[in-house]
Design a protein around this ligand. Structure first.
Ligand code: SF4
Length: 301
């Protein structure tokens, strides 16, 4: 990096960190370094808006305050505690990870990126987030918000330049925690995807993209697969709801299940229902059992 670039980077860091100190939202996972709590927040935030996570994060941790308590939970209990979050397979993956850590690592999440990435369901970003936010390691990370902010602050000369490399090159050796959080917060609050607020941005004077990013409107969402105008996603949620309310983890006949989740369910809907169930089986959420020529559905254990 040239002297000029280094000086720009130094100013950018100072301004962004000062803005973060004064403007960061007091999110509960920013008040802890407990690796399990950080991991739960990261998994919840993967596909869910912060406001919704705020509602469910404390409830989930109250029910499962430690990794060990989660590792002992059955699928039905985990999904009850996850209720309202959607994408239920994340909850089951998290429980499976807890089981693995308790079985092979004495119930303590490891403190390095390499060891974290060896765990089931943990990718590069999540490993970096736990290593940095829980263990204080100076690790670069790239999530959707950071990627967008870096692409605007450091436009790549060529398409396909490695955004992870950029994140690593600009990571300060001290204060990596606040730096990563600040980049994410800027992306969430100011440098948003559809309408960046450059006039409120603490680093606009240093940003080559300032006032040049056009506000964009979200593309209309693609039509989701579904039945009778209702997306399959909703039906999958209904299946989980029905199973949640079965006493003692009992099973339910496939046809009865169909009638509980869809009005006017007929035999013609069975292939469609089986496709939905196959997806849930693949995600480790439900179990299909054949008995005397009939099929029954229950939560997977
Ligand atoms: Fe994003 Fe605008 Fe700030 Fe650049 S000046 S980082 S485009 S909000």
């Amino acid at each position: 990096m040239s002297g000029k670039s280094l000086s720009r980077l130094g100013t950018l860091r100072r301004r962004l960190l000062a803005w973060y100190r004064s403007s960061a939202r007091p999110l509960p996972w920013r008040k802890t370094h407990n690796p399990y709590r950080i991991l739960v927040s990261e998994v919840m935030l993967q596909q869910t808006q912060v406001n919704r996570v705020l509602i469910h994060y404390r409830r989930f941790l109250k029910r499962f305050p430690t990794l060990r308590s989660l590792s002992r939970a059955g699928t039905a209990d985990v999904l009850r505690a996850w209720r309202g979050m959607g994408y239920n397979n994340r909850a089951v993956r998290l429980r499976n990870l807890a089981k693995e850590v308790c079985a092979t690592m004495g119930g303590r999440l490891p403190g390095t990126v390499g060891a974290l990435r060896s765990l089931p369901g943990i990718g590069r970003y999540t490993a970096g987030a736990v290593a940095c936010f829980a263990f204080g390691l100076p690790v670069a990370m790239v999530d959707t918000n950071i990627q967008r902010v870096l692409n605007r602050l450091f436009p790549a000369p060529q398409k396909g330049s490695d955004i992870w490399r950029t994140a690593e090159d600009i990571l300060p050796s001290k204060n990596a925690y606040s730096w990563n959080q600040a980049l994410m917060e800027l992306g969430a609050l100011i440098c948003t995807a559809s309408s960046p607020r450059c006039s409120d941005c603490p680093v606009s004077a240093l940003c080559p993209s300032a006032f040049a990013v056009r506000s964009t409107f979200r593309k209309p969402a693609k039509a989701e697969p579904g039945k009778d105008g209702i997306p399959d996603r909703i039906y999958r949620g209904r299946i989980i709801e029905v199973l949640r309310h079965l006493d003692g983890g009992r099973s339910i006949h496939v046809r009865q299940l169909g009638k509980r989740i869809k009005r006017n369910f007929t035999a013609g809907d069975l292939p469609w229902l089986r496709t939905l169930l196959s997806g849930l089986v693949r995600d480790g959420l439900v179990f299909l059992r054949a008995r005397s020529g009939n099929e029954y559905v229950s939560f997977a254990e």
